[in-house]
Design a protein around this ligand. Structure first.
Ligand code: DLZ
Length: 158
């Protein structure tokens, strides 16, 4: 991915690039499926609202958020893919499982982006309970899937 440098007169943080020919891969965790499906719907609606073509949006499912990193790597290594969006929901439990999964997926996703030099977006909710998750998956706090899509679009214009 070639980096375009802008000088100050061209710069606006609200610039939305033309994404009509861009290809997106969305990696979706099956754990807490009702939440991740809402995140997914939010992400595709936002991509299409900003000009992405339906046929340029691909989906890859993985069993849980821990597997998002490898799923992201599988799609990021496809040359045609311009940006990857990872969607998951890890709900805090009583054990340290939560910390291990969140840590692993945050580092894993970061590394995939750096390895393939492409935007790989962290759209993973880490709520205390399912209500907090649903509030952020199309509920009263918006939809983190929309935000993840906007971040991917913005990164393609930077
Ligand atoms: C095992 C597990 C647990 C307890 N909780 C969640 C969760 O809240 N969200 C999620 O996405 N995945 C969870 N998983 C599954 C792990 O992500 C992973 O799939 C398994 O540990 C197998 O590697």
């Amino acid at each position: 991915m070639a980096t375009t440098l802008k000088n100050l007169s061209q710069y606006s943080s609200s610039n939305i690039p033309d994404i009509s020919n861009k290809k997106f891969a969305i990696v979706v965790s099956e754990w807490n499926e009702d939440v991740t499906e809402s995140l997914y719907r939010g992400a595709i609606e936002t991509l299409m609202k900003h000009g992405a073509q339906k046929e340029n949006i691909y989906r890859k499912d993985v069993p849980g958020s821990f597997e998002l990193s490898l799923g992201a790597q599988w799609v990021a290594e496809i040359e045609d893919i311009d940006a990857v969006i990872c969607l998951g929901c890890v709900i805090q439990g009583e054990t340290r499982h939560f910390d291990f999964i969140c840590d692993a997926v945050a580092h894993g996703i970061t590394n995939v982006g750096l390895k393939y030099n492409k935007p790989v977006i962290f759209g993973v909710l880490t709520p205390e309970n399912q209500k907090q998750a649903l509030d952020r998956a199309g509920g009263k706090h918006g939809n983190k899937g929309d935000e993840a899509a906007i971040t991917a679009i913005k990164m393609l214009g930077f």
